[in-house]
Design a protein around this ligand. Structure first.
Ligand code: 4NP
Length: 175
């Protein structure tokens, strides 16, 4: 999850996606977040991010901001941008076509956002509580859509109905 400062949008997405993955029983997805800029590296999330998350039952208190590093492309299958500015910056940071193909807008995973053509998560940093609330709604819907996409991929793979431990055994048996 990537935004500008890694203190508002991408931490929300990071915390919410982790929470929803745990709720869905998906334990084999690694999630992290970072900012394209380094101004807030080492800081916690913006206090308005933490309080907005808390109002919705999410814990953002342990977030520590970091800056995107092109080597993150090696570690992750998807690099999700909050807005088109981040998407462009990530495209510039991509070292290969394979890196570039990993970059998507987070809200591409929200069918309603796709239908409405509103694919950016607006920056709430200069905003008020309502802007943080809207940010959370947008990010949460996208994270739910992302989980549905992962579940659909897992079903297509034919392994979704079995626990992860069984899938590991099955893979071993087949190899
Ligand atoms: P974020 O919000 O990218 O959603 O974390 C911002 C945080 C800091 C700045 C801009 C946006 N900044 O300019 O420092």
């Amino acid at each position: 999850m990537v935004c500008t400062g890694n203190i508002c949008r991408s931490p929300m997405a990071d915390v919410i996606l982790r929470h929803l993955l745990a709720d869905a029983g998906i334990d084999d997805v690694e999630v992290s977040s970072s900012g394209m800029g380094g101004w807030h590296v080492g800081e916690g999330a913006d206090r308005r991010t933490v309080s907005t998350l808390a109002r919705h039952g999410y814990d953002g208190a342990s977030h520590i901001a970091s800056q995107f590093d092109p080597r993150d492309f090696d570690r992750y299958d998807l690099v999700l941008a909050a807005d088109r500015g981040h998407q462009r910056a990530l495209h510039r940071a991509a070292r290969t076509d394979a890196d570039r193909a990993k970059v998507r807008l987070l809200r591409e995973f929200d069918p309603a956002a796709v239908a409405a053509g509103t694919l950016e998560v607006d920056d709430p940093w200069y905003g008020v509580t309502a802007d943080f609330e809207r940010c959370l709604r947008e990010v949460e819907a996208a994270c739910r859509g992302l989980i549905e996409t992962l579940q659909a991929l897992d079903h297509a793979d034919g392994t979704a109905d079995r626990p992860a431990a069984d899938r590991t055994d099955a893979t071993k048996d087949e190899s």
